[in-house]
Design a protein around this ligand. Sequence first.
Ligand code: ZN
Length: 322
Amino acid sequence: MSQGTKELLFLDPVCTHNIWGGTRLREEFGCGEAGDDLGECWGISAHPNGDGTVKNGTFAGLKLSQVWENHPEVFGNLSGDRFPLMAKIIDARDDLSIQVHPDDAYAREHENGSFGKTECWYILDAPEGSTLVFGHNARTKEELSSMVHEGRWTEFIREIPVKKGDFIQIDPGTVHAIKGGLLLLETQQNSDITYRVYDYDRLQNGSPRELHIEKSLDVITVPAKPAEESVRSVLDLPKNRMNELYACNYYKVFKIDVEGGMELEQKYPFLMLSVVEGEGVMDDVPVKKGEHLIVPHGYGRMRLQGNLSMIASTVGEGTRGE
Ligand code: ZN
């Protein structure tokens, strides 16, 4: 085993300013960016629009995309020209636009070979009575088209109640929107292709943000999948173990609640960890809320101590090694 494989890769995240953003990413999650409009903290990302930097060790100062390109052994020599995943924290002070993402096939053809976007959310915080937009009420493609073109938004949009600790899987083609007040961790394919269906007629710098009606109508799934199949509470899961929340072709997502201590076996090509509550120690390294790291291939057993909650993820079955 080479020297590098026992090193955790802590990342310096990229934070974004958004009209709907707030202050919690700076105040609670260690985001170093100024401003009261911080919407997203791209904790683990190798995307060209926000490429995280390794903070420590052998690869300190390198972008995650550079580590992926030049040191494939860190990721178990997975094939693929891009780092496959992204983990971000989203703080919505205000409502996000109502949007939909394409799948890989549509994005490859219409978005210069980009990945499509499959994503999932773990709700970190939600005020009493919170909702989000998930799916729609059109029964046919014709009804979808007329509801959207005629702006019958209250009829079109399906809103569902959510609370802290809910997990939501969002397949491509699903109409969705985060509502004001929600704080969540998103695990997703490494893509930022988003089609905006409706933006509540808001203005940014005096003009409405661009909508993508025709592409949205191309990709929206009709009828929408029932919400019950995609939303469930995972707040109280067994402590001191890796609880699998979801597995698809692109990712496997886990929740880990450490209370006292546990051992974790890093048997995956790589493992992404985001600390969302508390603090502790990973082997000899202190960690706390707001930190994001990658546990490299071949790391083996890790001793975790303290009181902390993490969302972990790795590649799904559709991503193959060489
Ligand atoms: Zn989305």
